[in-house]
Write a protein that binds this ligand. Structure first.
Ligand code: NAP
Length: 244
């Protein structure tokens, strides 16, 4: 079997760094993205420069028909030769607003991508991992889902939901050699935080800086490796000491 890792939202930011990290570990990479083909292609080139195979996979994680259509078809077509050994649920968005002003769309879009996205993708893949008796499932959550941040009731709720799902699923599949964990970044320099001024937040962060996407990818890489074999149901913060 040729081994693959699937990274949702692999076209940019933290997901892109995770794709490269897993490629350096020898995994072939399925790079999911929603719309940004140019950036997805840049990630694909980087993957290939590491000497592994990569494939682009365009689907919206929140839409079950798209996930089943694209990912489900890939799994069925390749079931004799290829398997997904590592899943990283990384796709996510922010739509900040105070709760009293929050629109239905702001609430639903953030919840749907994080929570339904986790369900739609993980359910498909975990079935095959259960048969193979091995797997690594890692979700990128957030400081916001642990601590709660004002202006982010939608985002905090969505990430807290994924943390709960991570802990529950880890107990369902542990006997089959599958670990399920989450990584909770603080403030990381990506497109998602380009509207935040690092200087304004520096004083709050013990390490006095925003993190790099690679610093999150390093932790995800360890969780994806065999070295984390007895770690499951955990949330590892990568936040410069901001909150624990
Ligand atoms: P980013 O730079 O904005 O990238 C978001 C990625 O998610 C892109 O690849 C995007 O694809 C993809 N995406 C968005 N909606 C999608 C959907 N419906 N279906 C499939 N893919 C979708 O964000 P980031 O900062 O790297 O964040 C990655 C993860 O880390 C998110 O879950 C985020 O909540 C979490 N996080 C980030 C920070 C931070 O400070 N940056 C902190 C804590 C947690 P396209 O390129 O096609 O748009």
């Amino acid at each position: 079997m040729i081994k693959y890792a699937l990274v949702t939202g692999g076209s940019r930011g933290i997901g892109k760094a995770i794709c490269v990290e897993l490629a350096e570990m020898g995994y072939n990479i399925l790079i999911n993205y929603q719309s940004n083909l140019d950036e997805a292609n840049k990630t694909l080139e980087l993957i290939k420069s590491k000497g592994v195979e990569g494939e682009l996979m365009k689907f919206d994680v929140s839409k079950q028909d798209e996930v089943d259509g694209v990912l489900g078809t890939w799994m069925e077509t390749n079931k004799e030769t290829k398997c997904i050994e590592v899943l990283v649920n990384n796709a996510g968005i922010r739509k900040d607003n105070l709760l009293m002003w929050m629109s239905n769309a702001e609430w639903n879009s953030v919840m749907d991508i994080a929570v339904d996205g986790f369900f739609n993708v993980t359910r498909l893949i975990v079935k095959d991992m259960l048969i193979k008796k091995y797997g690594r499932i890692i979700s990128v959550v957030s400081l916001s889902g642990l601590k709660g941040l004002p202006g982010q009731t939608n985002y905090s709720a969505s990430k807290a939901a994924v943390i709960g799902a991570t802990k529950a699923l880890s107990q369902e599949v542990g006997r089959r050699g599958i670990t399920v964990n989450a990584v909770a970044p603080g403030f990381i320099k990506t497109d998602m935080t380009h509207d935040l001024n690092e200087k304004d937040f520096k004083a709050l962060i013990p390490m006095a800086r925003f993190g790099e996407a690679q610093e999150v990818a390093d932790v995800v890489g360890w969780l994806a490796s065999k070295k984390s074999s007895y770690v499951s149901g955990q949330v590892i913060s990568v936040n410069g000491g901001l909150y624990s």
